[in-house]
Design a protein around this ligand. Structure first.
Ligand code: SAM
Length: 272
């Protein structure tokens, strides 16, 4: 069964605007791993569950060609709308039935997406399409919210996020717990002996109150809540924004704060 929680056009446009981009440091680790295990040339990378292409675009400079694959047409439309990436193409498809010949792919990635895949069918396809020495990199972060810092009120802002999370929990798919387990079961099931799990990669950046509210809106649990009770969901966003501004003692939702997010990555390579 495919999980279809990312189909809406509005959801896709929010996704494109507000979702996090993985840190360069993590992309460098993935590329260095591919260099070590398979070596150059880096011909084809495939980003599964590419969504609106945040991770796909980071792979562009490292490969002759990159393909983003997703089951959601709306997400793909948003990805295709981002100009300036001539070697990246997007197509509709599923991680369990990949449109590539045997032994043709150098790198398979999935960013915040592998928890939605059918584990055994995805792994069978990964084994089939990867070149010998080709690598899998499954990355993500293991919490709903980044840690926020703003003057002396960071802890209170984090507490507000915790309360928002509690409201969304009843609308949260069990698959999200799979992501938050850092893909433990999927990692164990990877049939390649050469595999490792990297944890604790810190990404530090800034965000505004407006962007944080946009991020909340992009979360699949929030979308499920909104489907059930649109008015309450809308109020939650408004109320959360007001609480943030009040705690921070500012008027503008464009006020910036620091955010910290911890990434993990499952890395594996097909035997030579
Ligand atoms: C949480 S989003 C992540 C999007 C993007 N990779 C990112 O980092 O922002 C998960 C994406 O996986 C896609 N997806 C879910 N199940 C899939 C499957 N079986 N095959 C391909 N894509 C899938 C969804 O449509 C959605 O766009």
């Amino acid at each position: 069964m495919a999980y279809r929680l990312f189909e809406g056009k509005d959801h896709a446009s929010i996704y494109q605007k507000y979702r996090f981009t993985p840190p360069d440091e993590l992309i460098n680790i993935i590329i260095q791993n591919l260099d070590k295990k398979k070596g150059k040339p880096h011909v084809l990378a495939v980003d599964l569950g590419c969504g609106t292409g945040q991770n796909t675009r980071l792979l562009g400079p490292h490969f002759q060609a990159v393909e983003g694959i997703d089951i959601s047409e709306s997400q793909l439309e948003e990805a295709k709308g981002v100009p300036g990436y001539p070697n990246i193409t997007y197509r509709k498809g599923s991680a369990e039935d990949l449109p590539f010949p045997d032994g043709s792919v150098d790198l398979l990635t999935a960013a915040s997406a592998a928890h939605w895949f059918d584990q055994s069918r995805f792994l069978a396809e990964a084994c089939r399409v990867l070149k010998p020495g080709g690598c899998v990199a499954l990355l993500g972060y293991s919490c709903f919210f980044p840690r926020l810092h703003y003057q002396d009120c960071g802890e209170r802002l984090n507490q507000i996020c915790e309360e928002v999370k509690q409201v969304m929990l009843p609308y949260t798919s069990n698959q999200v717990a799979v992501a938050f387990s850092k893909l433990e079961e999927l990692y164990s099931a990877i049939p390649f002996p050469d595999k490792e799990r990297i944890e604790g990669l810190q990404s530090n950046s800034s965000t505004s109150v407006r962007n944080l509210i946009g991020y909340i809106e992009s979360i699949s649990s929030f979308q499920a809540y909104k489907k059930k009770d649109p008015q309450r969901a809308e109020n939650l966003l408004l109320h959360t924004q007001n609480r943030f501004l009040e705690e921070m003692g500012v008027m503008s939702p464009d006020t910036e704060m620091k955010q910290e997010l911890e990434y993990y990555c499952v890395l594996a390579s097909k035997p030579l």
